[in-house]
Design a binder for this molecule. Structure first.
Ligand SMILES: [Zn+2]
Length: 243
C-alpha cells in the first residue's frame, strides 16, 4: 500500500474501535481505496468533518499496514450544500456511492468512473434538476461504461423491433410480445428508458415527475444489481415515486 495524494469521493465510512473510522474512497487516479482515520471520532479531531459519505475531497493517505492506508489529511473541494439540504437528494447520493462501492475492484484506477461519480453528485447539487432519476441515469451510465447498457430498441431474444412489451434484466433489455420474458414494461417506461439511454438526460431531469419514473428507476437498478451480482440496499429503501 503506497502513500497516495489524490482527489477522491467518500463512498462509505464505518466505526472502528474506540475512536477510529474506516473510510472507503474512490480516487481520481487511484480507484477504490480503503483507509483508516485514527482518532477521528474524538472531539477536536482535525480531519473528522471531511470524511462523511458524498464528500469530495483532496486526501493524503499515508502507507499503512495490511490493506488499510492511514488518512493524514482531507480537505473539502465541494460541500454539496444543495444536496445536504434535502433528504431526497442525500438518499439519491447515497444510492450513487453505494453503486460505486459495489464495483468489485480495490486499487484499480478508473478515472472515467470518478468523473461520472463527481458529475452525478454535481447534478444532484443543482436545484433545477430533480433528484428522482439521477441514480437510475447513473446506473445506466455505469452499465454502459462496462459495455452492458440495456438494449432498448429491439427484442434481446429474437431481435424483432417490437412491439416491445417487457424488460428482461437478466438478458439485458427489452423483449417483444412473442418472447415476453422478464417483467412487463409500460409504453411510458419504454419511452423514458430510451430518453435516458439516448442522451436526453438533462431534459428528463428537469421534469418533476416524468411518467413511469419509478418503473424505470427499478429497471435500471435491477440491471445494475444483476451486472454486479449484488443487491443495492440504499437504493432499494428509497421510495420510488409513481405518478
Ligand atoms: Zn422477441
Amino acid at each position: 500500500m503506497k502513500e497516495v495524494r489524490d482527489e477522491a469521493v467518500v463512498l462509505r465510512t464505518y466505526r472502528s474501535g474506540e475512536s477510529d473510522r474506516i473510510v472507503v474512497f474512490w480516487g481520481r487516479e487511484s480507484g477504490k481505496m480503503r483507509s483508516i482515520a485514527k482518532g477521528v471520532r474524538k472531539p477536536g479531531s482535525k480531519i473528522g468533518g471531511g470524511l462523511e459519505p458524498l464528500a469530495h475531497v483532496d486526501v493524503y493517505l499515508a502507507q499503512g499496514r495490511g490493506d488499510l492506508r492511514i488518512v493524514r489529511q482531507a480537505t473539502h473541494r465541494n460541500r454539496f450544500a444543495v444536496v445536504k439540504a434535502s433528504f431526497d437528494r442525500i438518499n439519491a447520493g447515497y444510492a450513487i456511492v453505494e453503486a460505486v462501492d459495489a464495483i468489485p475492484a480495490d486499487d484499480v484506477p478508473d478515472e472515467a468512473i470518478f468523473t461520472m461519480l463527481v458529475r452525478a453528485l454535481e447534478t444532484l447539487d443543482r436545484e433545477e434538476f430533480f433528484p428522482t432519476l439521477v441514480p437510475a441515469a447513473f446506473f445506466l451510465k455505469l452499465l454502459a461504461h462496462d459495455g452492458s447498457e440495456p438494449v432498448v430498441d429491439f427484442c434481446v431474444n429474437c431481435q424483432s423491433p417490437g412491439p416491445l412489451v417487457a424488460f428482461d434484466a437478466a438478458n439485458g433489455g427489452t423483449t417483444c410480445a412473442q418472447c415476453r420474458t422478464g417483467r412487463s414494461l409500460s409504453a411510458g417506461a419504454l419511452s423514458l428508458l430510451r430518453r435516458l439511454c439516448g442522451g436526453d438526460l438533462a431534459s428528463v431531469l428537469r421534469e418533476e415527475n416524468p411518467p413511469a419514473g419509478g418503473e424505470v428507476a427499478a429497471l435500471a437498478q435491477e440491471s445494475l444489481e444483476r451486472h454486479f451480482g449484488k443487491r443495492l440496499k440504499v437504493a432499494r429503501s428509497t421510495p420510488a415515486t409513481e405518478h
